[in-house]
Design a protein around this ligand. Structure first.
Ligand code: FAD
Ligand code: SF4
Length: 554
């Protein structure tokens, strides 16, 4: 097209030599404009690859078959989306900074990125509409969104703008959604352990030459239950390298933006400490494998004041954004085992978290459908206490875990499940209010992961379809696994009364309230019958303490 343009223009110039100069220039100008118009209408239309904020994968499938000349990239920071909940400031910094770093990397590789910043104040719809008007793409392709809400909204948008929107498979999970659905549909009961064993066989990870689990067992949980006392006896080991990434210029700019635009949100943007790009995420993974994986298994469940991270991987923020892919995390851990750099109990424990739990949770989310997040099988109606946003409570375990979350936007699994989740469960906090809080307060929170973990695993609000028994406990587990009780104004040994640990009477009050339902559960039957055998005076003491606590809870 370009060659013929110059050839034609040359001929035309020859033909027009008889015209006076200004008329000749006018004729040439008009002719060039017409040629350009003709060109823009005849050349092949470009495609658009739309990258959502939690889909920053290195292997993003929408790029397959495209090069910078055949597709443009669209990225939108939507203020409306960022304001759906009062998200922890650090989570907003993480997402917007990671998006800007991702766009920068794409531009370096020659991609044209149409990027709408938060300051432009556009919704997704306005951003897409503006992009379509300016570039008229033939199609828009994006990875299948990670939530029901986004899937429906984007499909609707395509119909509204009369543009073909194509979803391609995500690389953020190992198992296609359809695959889990088919498997789950054929199960009498959907059990994580069965899913995990199937995944181990399917990927051949930690399997020996005879098709048996490496080391002869499917899991090594028995070795992975060290208490706080055991950790102290071992000399209170800690990882070598402190975890913190210093913010670069892009992150500093985003921090200022978040401080300005989301000033009332919890957390402090300025304390951002996580990696925000692929390079930083890979380094983070490398440090975990080198420094923390060897002790990951054994100290997986313990908690210690002022030791927030211990040997956890802290990979969820990067995995859930796409900066890391599950396969490379699992393979790095198995490689460490094969090279004698980490023991089997740790490596298997870590592999189970990703191959087992992470994939299972995502599978359950898509299998159970959008109504799952609305379940409330125990009819729990107590409002979420305000101290969840401040950590201002005399209960030392809650105080430390909540303060840690405010400072880092992150707690480890036992803190989320056995300290916070347990408290929310046995006090009967409304599951949708709890879900909202968890979704706001964690840097790794997204609908697909929060709904099953909170509604199913933690709060038993799905009636026990995910957890075979409620994760409810008295103070004894927290006392054994942490040093929180040492500095607490409550006594973990006392069962009732004003100085007793509230977990003790709240637990039995919870059993009392749901005794009929739990007596039908084989894993709860003995607990219920031990409650029923108690004297009426003892039961009444429990009820009085619990009612007193709950009525003062605001
Ligand atoms: P590790 O203990 O080092 O585990 C390695 C990886 O395994 C994690 O990075 C994560 O990707 C995966 N994993 C382990 N357990 C789970 C699980 N139950 N669900 C999904 N992935 C899992 N995880 C999130 O990623 N986002 C959440 O919003 C989230 N909310 C939770 C809420 C509750 C009430 C509970 C009980 C758990 C929640 N989890 C969530 C699961 C788990 O607590 C976190 O994945 C983990 O604490 C993240 O820290 P880590 O990366 O150091 O994990
Ligand atoms: Fe928590 Fe009870 Fe221990 Fe206090 S005594 S730290 S409230 S478990």
């Amino acid at each position: 097209m370009v060659d013929s343009f110059f050839f034609d223009r040359h001929c035309l110039q020859e033909v027009l030599t008889f015209l006076p100069g200004c008329e000749r220039d006018f004729a040439l100008g008009a002719w060039s404009a017409w040629i350009q118009f003709k060109e823009s209408n005849t050349k092949t239309a470009m495609h658009t690859i739309w990258i959502l904020g939690d889909q920053l994968s290195p292997g993003h499938a929408a790029f397959a078959g495209h090069a910078p000349g055949t597709a443009r990239v669209l990225m939108i920071e939507s203020k409306a989306r960022g304001s759906v909940l009062r998200y922890h400031q650090m989570k907003l910094v993480l997402i917007y900074s990671a998006m800007r770093h991702y766009a920068q990397e794409l531009r370096k590789s020659g991609w044209e990125v149409d990027y709408y910043t938060l300051e432009q104040g556009l919704t997704f719809e306005e951003g897409v509409r503006g992009h379509v008007r300016a570039h008229q793409p033939a199609t828009i392709a994006l990875a299948e969104p990670n939530s029901f809400l986004e899937t429906v909204a984007i499909e609707k948008l395509g119909r509204k703008l009369k543009i073909e929107i194509r979803f391609v498979s995500t690389t953020q999970f190992l198992l296609p959604r359809r695959d889990f659905h088919e498997w789950a549909s054929g199960q009498r009961r959907i059990v994580m352990e069965n899913h995990y064993r199937r995944m181990r066989k399917r990927f051949g990870w930690l399997m020996d030459a005879n098709g048996q689990p490496e080391g002869g067992a499917w899991n090594y949980d028995i070795e992975n239950r060290a208490t706080l006392r055991a950790w102290q006896r071992a000399g209170s080991p800690r990882a070598q390298t402190p975890l913190r990434v210093s913010p670069d210029a892009i992150t500093r700019e985003v921090i200022e933006m978040v401080e300005r635009e989301f000033a009332e949100n919890p957390g402090r943007a300025a304390d951002m400490w996580l990696p925000v790009d692929r390079e930083g995420a890979l380094k983070w993974l490398e440090l975990f494998i080198r420094d923390r994986l060897p002790n990951f298994g054994v100290y997986e469940d313990m908690m210690a004041e002022h030791e927030p991270i211990l040997f956890h991987s802290l990979l969820s923020p990067m995995l859930n954004l796409g900066l890391l892919e599950p396969r490379e995390c699992v393979e790095a851990a198995i490689d460490a085992y094969r090279n004698g750099r980490a023991p089997l109990n740790s490596v298997e424990g870590f592999v189970r978290q990703i191959l087992g739990w992470r994939e299972f949770i995502n599978g359950i989310y898509w299998y159970r459908g959008p109504g799952y997040r609305e379940l409330n099988s125990l009819s729990a109606a107590q409002p979420l206490p305000k101290f969840f946003y401040t950590g201002d409570t005399d209960m030392n375990c809650l105080h430390h875990v909540l303060r840690q979350d405010l400072a880092l936007g992150w707690n480890h699994h036992i803190q989320r499940l056995i300290v916070l989740g347990n408290f929310l469960l046995i006090t009967g906090i409304n599951p949708q209010q709890a879900l909202r809080w968890y979704s706001e307060m964690y840097v790794d929170a997204y609908d697909w992961v929060m709904a099953p973990n909170v509604i199913g695993m933690s709060l038993y609000a799905d009636g026990g379809s995910m957890a075979t028994k409620p994760y409810a406990a008295t103070s004894s587990y927290i006392d054994k696994m942490s040093n929180y009780c040492k500095g607490c104004r409550f006594d973990p040994k006392q069962k009732t009364g004003s100085d007793a640990c509230p977990f003790n009477y709240l637990y039995w009050h919870f059993i009392d309230q749901h005794a009929d339902r739990f007596s039908g559960n084989p894993r709860m039957r003995t607990i219920v019958s031990s409650w029923l055998k108690r004297s009426e005076t003892n039961k009444e003491d429990v009820r009085v303490s619990a009612r007193g606590f709950l009525s003062a809870l605001t």
